[in-house]
Unconditional design. Structure first.
Length: 427
């Protein structure tokens, strides 16, 4: 028979536990609702002014809305594209003004709440695959311009497909906890020590450009902590690596001439680099349409990101037979374009010698380019880019590993070798 003292102790412990859970739940709820104002659900009764719509179209380019909200072969902005995440697939919704499946019934306040607070029209919490942690700093005026533009595009009746997230990541409770840990509604603050152009660049990079959403490291719950901001990270799905914007040896532009950064963002190529993979999509559907003034502002801000130099690491020399095999593969498949010494052809084939894309600590991008080909975007400044054909059908994992290892340890490069197992894991 249980003694009364033990029963009282158990009851007290249970009460304290329940009180703690209730307090935690209340704190999480408060963190998810703070700062939200009452919502006006009134829809506009007259079309927006043409200049407002035009400005919204420009801002949609800056945010590359079409890149995520258009399925391959689908109607623009009608949704349906699956976004891979470590927790499953999030399907981008319909942004056209269809009344039943799109944004047709959304008010300007509801749209602003989605950008600023990450909440849907019905109050549900949105998944941060929609980068509202970045969009939260977008001004209300720009939100209203985007809203006006999205109401002006052709309506497409296309129902939103369900997400495919593993339990418990697809629950509102898990989202609420994630937001309590990582999300704070933002507000853009200008730096009084900097001029208007730098602050404009900061606004575009941190807000609509949402550069940190890809170019930052994330922890196991998918959150970005301050030290990892702009420090580079694997893209959702793990196939591509978004290199560090803080490290000149990766994608940092500290020390570049501003016009070369503008060229890279506008044309997809510059004297120092070219874009491929997911960044090629960003240039193709987004940054090539921005004004040179805004691109120069972004270049100013990107160049001011504090440098981070990677810790020195000992590099293991690859086995002689691996390097010999890679050398033979390079001579057979690569040298005719990129040169016997990796020198490339200016304006046509990029140089590989001294190319920082080859020496990234994460070899994911090299594996993908060799397997699937490398294709810079077609832009007004580079309308007929030279592309690299895919070699995934010709080379097996061991051959790709040997080729990459040879390039990473030739022409003065000192990067770690890549194994066939590495290639298998990446692909």
């Amino acid at each position: 028979m249980r003694r009364p003292g033990v029963a009282r102790t158990f009851a007290a412990a249970l009460a304290l536990s329940l009180l703690g859970l209730a307090t935690l739940g209340a704190a999480v709820a408060w963190l998810n609702l703070r700062g939200e104002a009452p919502i006006d659900r009134t829809l506009p009764t007259t079309p927006a002014a043409a200049e407002l719509v035009e400005r919204g179209a420009y801002l949609a380019r800056a945010g590359n809305c079409i890149g995520c909200h258009t399925a391959s072969g689908g109607a623009p902005l009608a949704g349906g594209r699956g976004i891979e995440t470590p927790f499953g697939v999030v399907v981008a919704p319909n942004l056209t003004p269809d009344a039943n499946t799109g944004l047709g019934q959304w008010s300007a306040d509801e749209f602003w709440r989605a950008l600023h607070h990450g909440r849907a029209r019905d109050g549900r919490l949105l998944y941060p695959a929609f980068p509202y942690p970045s969009f939260s700093v977008v001004t209300r005026a720009d939100s209203d311009a985007l809203y006006a533009y999205l109401r002006s595009v052709p309506a497409v009746a296309q129902a939103n497909a369900p997400h495919a997230l593993r339990f418990p990541y697809g629950t509102q409770a898990a989202l609420a906890l994630w937001r309590a840990l990582y999300f704070r509604p933002g507000e853009f603050r200008s730096d009084a020590q900097q001029d208007a152009a730098w602050n404009r660049g900061k606004y575009l990079v941190q807000g609509l450009g949402h550069c940190a959403a890809c170019h930052s490291g994330r922890d196991r719950l998918g959150g970005i902590v301050a030290p990892a901001r702009f420090a580079g990270g694997l893209m959702p799905g793990g196939a591509w690596y978004a290199p560090s914007l803080a490290t000149p040896a990766e994608a940092g532009v500290q020390g570049w001439q501003p016009q070369q950064v503008v060229r890279l963002l506008r044309d997809g190529v510059s004297a120092q680099a070219s874009v491929s993979g997911p960044m090629a999509d960003v240039v193709f559907t987004g940054t090539q349409y921005l004004s040179d003034t805004d691109l120069a502002a972004m270049a100013r801000y990107l160049a001011s990101i504090p440098r981070r130099e990677p810790a020195a690491r000992a590099v293991e020399a690859a086995a002689a037979e691996v390097l010999a095999r890679g050398d033979a593969l390079y001579a057979q498949h690569c040298a005719s374009c990129h040169g016997d010494a990796g020198q490339g052809v200016a304006g046509i084939y990029p140089a590989l010698a001294g190319n920082r894309a080859l020496t990234l600590a994460m070899p994911h991008n090299l594996v993908q380019v060799i397997r699937h080909g490398g294709f810079p975007p077609s832009t007004a400044g580079n309308p007929r880019p030279f592309g690299m054909p895919p070699f995934g059908q010709l080379l097996d994992d061991a051959e790709i590993a040997a080729l990459i290892t040879f390039m990473r340890q030739s022409w003065g490069h000192r990067a770690a070798p890549v194994s066939a197992l590495d290639v298998l894991r990446i692909r």
